[in-house]
Design a protein around this ligand. Structure first.
Ligand code: BGC
Length: 751
């Protein structure tokens, strides 16, 4: 039996400095001794260069000269000087009193100039190596300009696809987000962050940002402690254990306390419990936002609250500079706490080797958008696509099939890049139409009609031409969804259906009777409604990035079989939200035969006793597509579930395996998932929890035994006393294709 190891969370110190820890601390002690309070406070100032006018820049440079700026973000986005990295750094290094280098940060979220799929799309690959490589390439590119710090990975858990920032997450599951968040951190930082092409990662947003009520960005979050610890914190803990160098606090209030002043999160959990020793940066303007929150009276009070709570680096605003010296005089803040914050900052700068390599590493031409980077982005894009439906194996298409390519997103180089693409340019982006032309050697076998000018276009005036093209084709390929601006920060939607007149267009196309392939580009799952039945095939492409076009061609024509799996539950509509697979058990669980749909009520036909179970009369109880779901161009059969020992003692490791066979005609990859359920515990437990997954690539007819190992520690949760415990008792286990199916077994944990 071939043994495959499941992905594990490394407990290693990625951020280990080259010099010994003691030597770093000694260097910091020496520096601190020479610094004035103003210079120390200056290290805690993170300025947004993009917001400075030409008139303000001389004064800003003077501040750097005085040692009163710690770093910058958005140096690339100044209307005054878009490449001032070296110039600013030279002042800090050569003219400031201690010569402490600046740290330059930026949102390098899913690529720098070579744009990879949005993070949610990358998460759909369930491929940590791919996520790591994407981050590595982004770092190689960004560091050419001198950016040594990124505001990623975003590892917020969210159960609400109305929230625009769901696009930026690594999915709804704490285990998957932990694995992928660590991979992204490793990709940015490497195991030697002092390399000139390494970046410090910043896990964000700490904590609870994804639980914004109603999916409205920046809204209040209410998270009971057990859920905080079992669901929201684990990805951050995993990243810290892997050597994460920095953390960003969030905008939201958590249980009525702004995260920016949350001592419990920033001190008790992060420092005391986890031993995090890097720096914490506030979110942009978040310190001052405690005024509209009604938590701080004024700027001085805001500085006092956030500095005492453990925010080290103040992003954008300057309340620390204005008020910390006075707050120290008044005894409301202490120089010891200030030294501690500066120590966090200097530690990160030293680990990055900024003294040794303060300047941009250059070499832009050779690095940015290189052939290798484009190829990696193409691979990442095709691995992110999730095939949701494929009736009659309409996909893949044969090259000779005459297709009508229709839709507002089929040929829009900018929109396929998605949210957070500061440095991505539409000029470098390859959409589907030219990629198709290249693949098919011309335009003879396809016609392109946009049908709608953009995704929210409500005019039906382009429908006639679209339908005409459809009638003359063998297959229709519709590419629609949401433009990039419909997701991302501050871009939440209340209605998550296809916007504009897209549903009407899909209906008109389906009425031609021609097979219809629907490709959706969007930053979130979309309410499909009738589009599901009107389409013969549906593929979720997220926002795939620079290489969307070639990647779509690869998959549509079967050069590459889809391998993506949903990292998020796909709802039927927003009325099902919040929705997530690992929900808690209810006392009246819905099953396939104990609920009634509105249709049955209207018709007065009850096929069964409706009972009173936990469901919606209009949606039923299942999502549109479950977490973990995704089709390939092949078929996989699961058999022979084997649990090595069905009774294991606390501290032992359970071994469970199943035989996976490729029964189809194409060599491709299956994502084999391991779920468990703790049947009886001192708190109710989720109906399923992902505890492992393995990607196996099999040729037609090939089979393999996939084995998982789970330690009883991995079954732990927080009990009523907030102790993390594994309780003895019965568990169910599934080896499965997704969160609602699978081979089911049982095991017992005893003391
Ligand atoms: C976002 C952060 C981002 C920061 C800097 C904020 O508005 O919430 O995620 O890193 O801006 O651009």
């Amino acid at each position: 039996m071939k043994k495959l190891l499941t992905y594990c969370l490394p407990v290693m110190c990625l951020g280990a400095p080259l010099a010994s820890a003691d030597a770093v601390e000694e260097r910091i002690d020496t520096l601190l001794e020479t610094m004035t309070i103003e210079q120390k406070v200056g290290q805690l100032a993170l300025r947004d260069f993009g917001t400075y006018s030409a008139e303000q820049i001389p004064a800003l440079k003077e501040q750097i000269r005085q040692g009163e700026v710690g770093g910058f973000l958005n140096v690339n986005f100044s209307s005054v000087n878009d490449n001032a990295f070296a110039e600013l750094q030279k002042i800090a290094v050569e003219e400031s009193p201690q010569g402490i280098p600046l740290i330059f940060g930026q949102d390098v979220i899913h690529g720098y100039e070579t744009i990879f799929p949005i993070p949610l799309g990358q998460a759909a690959s369930w491929n940590p190596e791919l996520v790591k490589k994407g981050a590595r390439i982004a770092a190689e590119e960004a560091t050419t300009d001198g950016i040594r710090w990124t505001f990623a990975p975003m590892i917020d858990i969210s159960h609400d696809p109305r929230w625009g920032r769901i696009a930026e997450t690594l999915g709804e599951d704490p285990y998957l987000a932990s694995i992928l968040g660590v991979a992204m951190t490793e990709g940015f930082q490497t195991d030697d962050p002092s390399r000139p092409d390494a970046m410090a990662a910043s896990a964000k947003h700490f904590i609870g940002y994804g639980a914004a009520e109603a999916g409205r960005d920046y809204n209040a979050a209410y998270i009971p402690e057990a859920r905080l610890r079992d669901t929201f914190l684990p990805p951050f803990k995993a990243a810290v254990d892997a050597g994460l160098m920095t953390i960003m606090s969030s905008y939201n209030t958590l249980n009525d306390i702004p995260a920016t002043a949350n001592q419990y999160a920033l001190k008790t959990i992060l420092r005391d419990e986890w031993g995090f020793d890097g720096f914490v940066v506030s979110d942009w303007n978040a310190v001052m936002e405690m005024l509209p929150h009604g938590f701080a009276r004024d700027a001085k009070h805001a500085a006092e609250l956030s500095a005492n709570a453990g925010i080290d680096f103040e992003m954008y605003t300057d309340t620390y500079q204005q008020h910390l010296p006075q707050l120290i005089k008044e005894g409301k803040f202490t120089e010891a706490k200030l030294d501690q914050a500066v120590r966090h900052m200097l530690r990160v700068k030293m680990r990055l080797g900024l003294w040794e390599n303060p300047y941009p590493r250059g070499n832009r031409e050779a690095v940015i958008l290189s052939d290798d980077h484009r190829q990696a982005a193409r691979e990442a894009a095709r691995e992110s696509f999730v095939l949701l439906k494929n009736d009659n194996s309409i996909l893949p298409l044969a090259p000779k099939t005459k297709i009508a390519l229709i839709g507002p997103l089929a040929n829009v180089p900018h929109e396929q890049l998605g949210t957070w693409i500061y440095n991505g340019n539409k000029e470098d982006s390859e959409p589907l139409v030219p990629a198709l032309e290249q693949y098919l050697g011309g335009t003879d076998s396809f016609t392109f009609v946009q049908g709608l000018e953009y995704s929210r276009d409500t005019s039906t005036k382009g429908f006639g031409k679209a339908v005409e093209a459809a009638q003359q084709a063998d297959v229709i390929v519709y590419v629609g969804g949401e433009e990039s601006i419909l997701s991302g920060e501050g871009h939440s939607r209340g209605d998550i259906a296809l916007p504009g007149a897209q549903q009407e267009l899909v209906k008109a196309l389906s009425e031609t009777g021609k097979p219809l392939v629907t490709v959706i580009m969007a930053g979130r799952p979309i309410e499909l409604g009738k589009v599901r039945s009107q389409s013969d095939a549906i593929m979720m492409a997220w926002h795939p990035g620079t290489m969307a076009g070639p990647a779509l061609v690869d998959v549509l024509y079967g050069e590459y079989s889809p391998v993506g799996r949903l990292p998020i539950t796909w709802p039927k509509g927003e009325g099902q939200i919040p929705i997530y697979y690992n929900r808690m058990a209810t006392g009246r669980p819905a099953t396939d035969d104990n609920y009634t749909l509105i249709g049955e009520i209207e018709q007065g036909v009850f096929q069964h006793d409706p009972g009173n179970s936990s469901n919606h009369l209009d949606y039923g109880h299942e999502p549109e597509f479950p977490f973990g779901f995704g089709l390939t161009y092949s078929e996989f059969e699961y058999s022979n579930l084997a649990i090595a020992k069905s009774r294991i003692a606390l501290g032992e490791t359970l071994k469970a395996s199943a035989t996976i066979k490729n029964t189809g005609k194409v060599k491709t990859t299956e994502v084999v998932q391991l779920y468990i359920r703790d049947l009886v515990a001192s708190r109710t437990r989720p109906i399923r929890e992902l505890k492992g997954f393995e990607r196996v690539t099999l040729a037609p007819g090939e089979s393999r035994v996939v084995e998982f190992e789970i330690s009883t520690d991995a079954l732990a949760f927080h009990n009523q006393k907030m102790e993390k415990v594994t309780e003895v008792g019965e568990f169910e286990l599934w080896i499965a294709k997704d969160a609602t199916s699978g081979l089911k077994g049982r095991f017992t944990v005893y003391e």
